[in-house]
Design a protein around this ligand. Structure first.
Ligand SMILES: [Zn+2]
Ligand SMILES: [Zn+2]
Length: 265
């Protein structure tokens, strides 16, 4: 199987960035690539995402969806260079439309960037689309081959977690940033994989973020099949993250590393 081959009816997840805003040679800022059939979805685009896409065997011209969990720079700042690089030097390298998805305020967020960067980041209408999703009944996004549902998180007003599900039942949830949230438990119910932020160790808990044990509690309450912890601040490198998570969760556990790939059937 080549690095870019797709998993039929499943979801192939590649961590592009398992880090934070803190500069690191091993952990790029937040981003996750999911390949579903022929489609490529990128969740969050922190600084370094374009380079990690190349390392993952693809590039910015061949991603179909960019889904932002919220607008903090470590999750969204690569949007500007990504749009600029899509236009210059050769706008023909992107042949299909890029759909940017986010929570309430996404269009205003982009218009504010245009107020600064102007036409340098404005793509032709047939090359880009913005879609704001909210937690309303039936407010799912359906594409041939998968469905996306969302839930608001406890972090920023626009914060969303995303669930991707295929007709065959493969499912992956991406938490974005959040504090403990019942809605994340509901969204993650029996998911094949929950990719959950675990920004700081248990003893350094800060408002608006999870810890390994809290992420484990959510995974247990949701009865997910597998849990991946990510979004590690450097303090996480000095403690046993897995052991902290094990206080509340006994199932299969992964600690994200950049370019780690997981298949979800
Ligand atoms: Zn944040
Ligand atoms: Zn963050």
């Amino acid at each position: 199987m080549t690095p870019t081959a797709n998993t039929p009816e499943g979801i192939r997840v590649t961590v592009l960035g398992s880090g934070t805003c803190v500069p690191s040679l091993v952990r790029s800022s937040c981003s996750v690539l999911m390949r579903v059939g022929e489609k490529q979805l990128v969740f969050d685009a922190g600084p370094g995402t374009m380079r990690r896409l190349l390392e993952a065997g693809t590039d910015i011209y061949h991603i179909d969806y960019l889904l932002l969990s919220h607008f903090h720079p470590d999750h969204s700042a690569e949007l500007v260079p990504l749009l600029f690089a899509t236009q210059y030097p050769d706008a023909h390298r992107r042949r299909t439309r890029l759909t940017v998805i986010g929570g309430p305020g996404l269009k205003h967020f982009f218009e504010s960037l245009v107020a600064v960067y102007g036409h340098w980041i404005q793509l032709a209408e047939d090359k880009i689309d913005f879609l704001e999703l909210e937690d309303r009944p039936g407010n799912a996004f359906d594409e041939a081959g998968f469905r996306i549902t969302v839930a608001p998180m406890v972090h920023n007003p626009e914060s969303l977690a995303y669930r991707v599900e295929t007709p065959s039942g493969a499912s992956v949830v991406y938490s974005g940033d959040t504090d403990y949230a019942d809605r994340l438990v509901t969204l993650s119910r029996r998911a094949g994989l929950l990719i959950c932020e675990s920004a700081v160790p248990d003893e350094k808990k800060i408002p608006g973020h999870l810890t390994p044990a809290l992420a484990g509690r959510i995974a247990s309450e949701a009865a997910v099949q597998r849990l991946m912890l990510t979004h590690f601040y450097p303090a996480c490198d000095h403690v046993d993250i897995a052991a902290q998570c094990r206080r509340r969760y006994q199932g299969p556990l992964l600690l994200a590393e950049d370019l780690m790939t997981v298949r979800v059937a």
